[in-house]
Every structure is written in structure tokens, then in C-alpha cells.
Design a protein around this ligand. Structure first.
Ligand code: AMP
Length: 240
């Protein structure tokens, strides 16, 4: 009993310490760097609909979307060193090492449109990424879109993209018009095997971030297993 009590007290002290550190970093950033960024994080498993919902949030808040997945795919198609280094991790459904991701983020946040904060999509995905992020920008809200694993697999494996317009379709839920069906492509990491591996990475490395942000009092949970418009409306309610 004593041990349980003392470990609870210790945990409480750790949380208070962590909160004070965050407060200190926040004050330091504002006072010494004159930096007043405040960002929103879209959080959830791959295929939860973060990209789709980002469009609605951008419209409401004016924050630019920063998707590390999109940035990595762009780096890969340009053939940059970073893109080539990330390739094997992405194709295996594993997380790209934190150092590479943080390089991308640091560069992106130097751009003019990011000065008042951004909408992160798919970042942070590990505790070290979240800790580094807290030194660069305030996170005012973390919107966690929850969807059960089996629905995720069905959503991702059936996902197809029109390479000409970038529009996303689904073989069952949103079939493409017959005239463009033949040109649709499937992302290399959208196979069932890779999706299962991405879900494993999510549960072991990313899901613990929910507790991290819960303790900081900024986590909001949304049921992502409803139609897109209902998910959007639940998110918009959080933003007003
Ligand atoms: P996404 O499009 O967000 O599902 O990302 C596609 C892939 O890019 C992931 O499966 C990872 O391999 C990699 N990736 C994207 N964002 C991150 C991140 N923040 N940390 C590590 N790997 C990432």
C-alpha cells in the first residue's frame, strides 16, 4: 500500500515538474524570442481522416496544414537525400527517425505562413518529437480522431488516388467515375501488410502521446467512426 502511495505521489510530482517546464519554456519563448506561435495538432491512427479534416480546420482557423507524411512523399519524389533515407521506413510501415522529421519541421516552421502557428497533421508521432515541438511552438489543442483498427484496415486498403487531381477515392465507400478509374493509383504503403505494421507503430510509439497531451490539458477526443460531415461538425464545435 505504502509503495503504491509513494509511487502515486512520485508520479504526481513528475507531472507537476513537467507542467512547470512547459510553462517555463512557453514564457521564455514569448519573452526572449518574441515568438507567439500557437498550433493545433491533428492526432490519430493512419487513415483516421486527419488529412480530410485538416481542410475544414484550415478553413476555420486560417492555420496552414503541415503534414509530415506529405512532406516526406514530396522529398521522395524529388529524390532528395532525406527522401531517399526515409523511403525504406515508409515502405515498411515504420516511423522515420525523429532527427529526420525534426529537420523537416524546423525548416518548414521558418516559413512566413507559419509565424502564427500551424495545423500539424501526422506530427508529432513520438514523445521525443512532442518534447522538441514544445520548444518551438505552443500547442493549444490536440484533436484526437479515434477509429477502431479493423475499420482503418478496410479504409486504407481500399483507398485510391487520382494522380491528376490528387483526389482520394475508395473502392467501396467512394467509387471513382468510370472514365478515370483506370488511371487511379494505390499508395505503396496502403497494402494490408504495411497498414498492420503502421498500426503497430501507432499503438506502440504514437498512442502514448494522448496521455502526454491529456496531462497538459489540451487533448480533445473525437469519434472518427461516423460519416465525414459529422466528424467535421464535432471538430468545428471544438474550435468555436
Ligand atoms: P502518413 O501519410 O502521415 O500516414 O505518413 C506516411 C509515413 O511517413 C508513415 O508511415 C511514416 O513512415 C512516415 N511519417 C510521417 N510522419 C511521421 C512522423 N511524424 N514521424 C515518423 N515518421 C513519419
Amino acid at each position: 500500500m505504502d509503495t503504491l502511495w509513494s509511487s502515486m505521489v512520485k508520479r504526481k510530482q513528475e507531472i507537476t515538474f513537467q507542467k512547470n517546464i512547459f510553462l517555463w519554456v512557453r514564457v521564455k519563448r514569448k519573452v526572449f524570442l518574441g515568438c507567439n506561435m500557437s498550433s493545433i495538432v491533428l492526432f490519430g491512427p493512419p487513415g483516421a481522416g486527419k488529412g480530410t479534416q485538416a481542410t475544414a480546420i484550415m478553413g476555420k482557423t486560417g492555420l496552414p496544414q503541415v503534414s509530415t507524411g506529405d512532406m516526406l512523399r514530396a522529398a521522395l519524389s524529388k529524390g532528395t537525400d532525406l527522401g531517399l533515407e526515409a523511403k525504406e521506413y515508409m515502405e515498411a510501415g515504420k516511423l522515420v527517425p525523429d532527427e529526420l522529421i525534426l529537420l523537416l519541421i524546423e525548416e518548414r516552421l521558418k516559413e512566413k505562413d507559419a509565424e502564427n502557428g500551424v495545423l500539424f497533421d501526422g506530427f508529432p508521432r513520438t514523445i521525443p518529437q512532442a518534447e522538441s515541438l514544445s520548444k518551438i511552438t505552443d500547442v493549444s489543442m490536440v484533436i484526437s480522431i479515434e477509429v477502431p483498427d479493423e475499420n482503418i484496415v478496410e479504409r486504407i486498403v481500399g483507398r485510391r488516388m487520382d494522380p491528376e487531381t490528387g483526389e482520394i477515392f475508395h473502392v467501396k465507400f467512394k467509387p471513382a467515375p468510370s472514365e478515370i478509374k483506370n488511371r487511379l493509383i494505390q499508395r505503396k504503403d496502403d497494402t494490408e501488410e504495411t497498414v498492420r505494421s503502421r498500426l503497430n507503430a501507432y499503438h506502440s510509439q504514437t498512442a502514448p502521446l494522448a496521455g502526454f497531451y491529456q496531462e497538459l490539458g489540451v487533448l480533445k477526443i473525437i469519434n472518427g467512426n461516423q460519416n465525414i460531415v459529422d466528424v467535421t461538425n464535432s471538430i468545428i464545435e471544438l474550435l468555436v
